[in-house]
Design a protein around this ligand. Structure first.
Ligand code: FAD
Length: 486
């Protein structure tokens, strides 16, 4: 049964005291707290509401229903970087695995200092995360982790490296083994957004905000209906606006609206490279639970992790190894997908006249390539220590590896021209901070030089989160909202 009211077509003119653009983790936390404080709020979301468990996770049907451009989005650069962006009620929380970390104390302390951010402390951010966990629950697995995940832990143990089972934003049912889904993902559409609506917030789906301007103390937002509502132009009027469209769409909207200073100049992302490892035994398809292990021993340079390993995700992880695809159907249960992820990806976001989506450029960052190269080597060492029989790096023309003796065949330094990188964690395109620190908004998300205009999402974070970002985005949105309301 749906936790949200039936979607309805938009009126030509929508008025509210406060408008929030975007309903991902940043927008959803902001909306719930505002509505619960008794404010008159409308949340505007470009995508549709799709039940969190309507489709099998990571199935082509889910990607079609919930991702922008079916997931085919790219940053151009020395090596192209593929990334996924959600477009649905709840944003990225609907399509992600919900791997959850509280904000990293080291990262928060570094942000506070580098950006001269007022009243930002690691201790407060932990408390804010704990508050948030009362609404979107986190849990560890109710049973043994899938073998594909345990292999990573076994390898790390053998290498003497610290590793962990990462908790998920997930509530497992007592019947997790037999039910069609092991429980309910604690996505925004299952937690914060129903709470927002219950507190009187209005949710308008299927409209894309294309620009905003201020007139006589009121923000006027121009929007276009899309999807089932057909083509139609809508105006939204609000005294105060929070933008939470995600790390690429927030700067795109600001730039389209003529707000450009430092906007989109400092994209930060976690770069990911994948390998597929073959084991003698079957390691996938043995349980409905998702892989959850990560090796954090090398933070903040890089981390290692186990990924969902079904035929579709394995094919994606072998995008540069088409020679292996004919074996996929018969062998996939023996194959596991793993990644090394560094934290130094950098780029820009710019408006491309005539196009709806912005142009994302990845910059050359030699240190990030160094870190990723070291991460790839460590990942292969770890998987051989866990008993992998073969490792197939996702690099054009790369040699297959059959044991630790083959590690020397890995490139010492990855060549950006031959690797396919991807990212799921984008931030920092409109960073918070003191005005002289290249920031777009102040210590609490208020956009410099614009009255009653705030940012509330991954775009406002001052850099990469090092850990999976959703917990940090939500804690920061809660912090800034507490400041706004008091
Ligand atoms: C496949 C995948 C797996 C991931 N796995 C994890 C994980 O396990 N753990 C973790 O912590 N993080 C994970 N992430 C990252 C995490 O989901 C994102 O960092 C987070 O969702 C970003 O939140 P946000 O509020 O900034 O924006 P988003 O979640 O991107 O939400 C923005 C929303 O705004 C809407 N919007 C955009 N432009 C407009 C407009 N002009 N008008 C109206 N609406 C608009 C979009 O449709 C979208 O719904 C993953 C991401 C992906 C894609």
């Amino acid at each position: 049964m749906s936790m949200l009211p039936q979607a309805h077509p938009p009126a030509d003119l929508i008025s509210a005291e406060i408008a929030i653009v975007g309903s991902g983790p940043g927008g959803a936390v902001t909306g719930m707290l505002l509505a619960q404080a008794g404010r008159d709020v409308v949340m505007l979301e470009e995508g549709a509401h799709v039940e969190v468990d309507a489709y099998r996770a990571f199935s082509p049907e889910e990607m079609h229903a919930k991702l922008r451009n079916n997931g085919m989005t790219m940053a151009l650069g020395p090596s192209p970087v593929a990334f996924w962006e959600a477009r649905c009620v709840g944003g990225g929380s609907e399509v992600n695995r919900g791997l959850y970390h509280r904000p990293s104390p080291e990262v928060i302390a570094a942000w506070a200092e580098r950006q001269s951010i007022e009243a930002l402390s690691p201790e407060d951010m932990t408390d804010l995360a704990l508050e948030g966990e009362k609404v979107a629950k986190i849990s560890t697995l109710p049973g043994p982790a899938p073998k594909v995940s345990l292999k990573l832990a076994e390898g790390a143990e053998a290498m003497g490296w610290s590793h962990m089972e990462v908790p998920r934003l997930y509530s497992y049912g007592a019947d997790w083994q037999s039910a069609p889904q092991p429980g309910l993902k604690q996505s925004m559409s299952a937690t914060y957004i129903p709470a927002f609506v219950a507190a009187g917030g209005r949710l308008q789906t299927g409209i894309r905000v294309t620009g905003l301007r201020r007139e006589n103390g009121i923000w006027r937002l121009k929007a276009r209906a899309r999807g089932i509502w057909g083509q139609k132009t809508i105006e939204i009027r609000a005294k105060t606006v929070f933008i939470a469209c995600g790390a690429t769409q927030t700067p795109a909207l600001l730039r389209r609206s003529g707000i450009k200073r430092h906007v989109g100049d400092s994209l930060a992302y976690h770069s990911m490279i994948k390998v597929v490892a073959r084991f003698d035994e079957e390691i996938t398809g043995d349980t409905p639970l998702d892989p959850v292990h990560q090796v954090k021993h090398f933070d903040p340079r890089f981390s290692l992790g186990a990924s969902v390993s079904n035929p579709a995700t394995t094919a994606f992880a072998l995008s540069d190894r088409p020679d292996l695809l004919p074996r996929l159907a018969s062998e996939w249960r023996h194959w596991g997908c793993y990644y090394a992820q560094s934290t130094g990806g950098m780029g820009t976001v710019r408006r491309l006249p005539g196009f709806e989506d912005p142009l994302i450029r990845a910059k050359d960052n030699p240190q990030d390539i160094e870190d990723l190269s070291a991460g790839l080597r460590a990942l292969c060492e770890c998987l051989f220590a866990a008993g992998a029989q073969a490792i197939y790096p996702n690099i054009q023309g790369a040699a297959d590896l059959y044991g630790p003796q083959d590690l020397a065949r890995l490139p010492r330094r990855l060549d950006p021209a031959t690797v396919s990188l991807s990212t799921l964690h984008l931030t920092a395109t409109c960073p918070m901070g003191a005005e002289d620190r290249g920031s777009v908004c102040d210590s609490f998300g208020r956009v410099w030089g614009a009255e009653d205009l705030y940012l509330a999402d991954s775009a406002m974070l001052p850099g990469p989160t090092v850990v999976n970002p959703q917990g940090t985005i939500m804690a920061m949105a809660r912090r800034n909202m507490n400041h706004f309301l008091h």
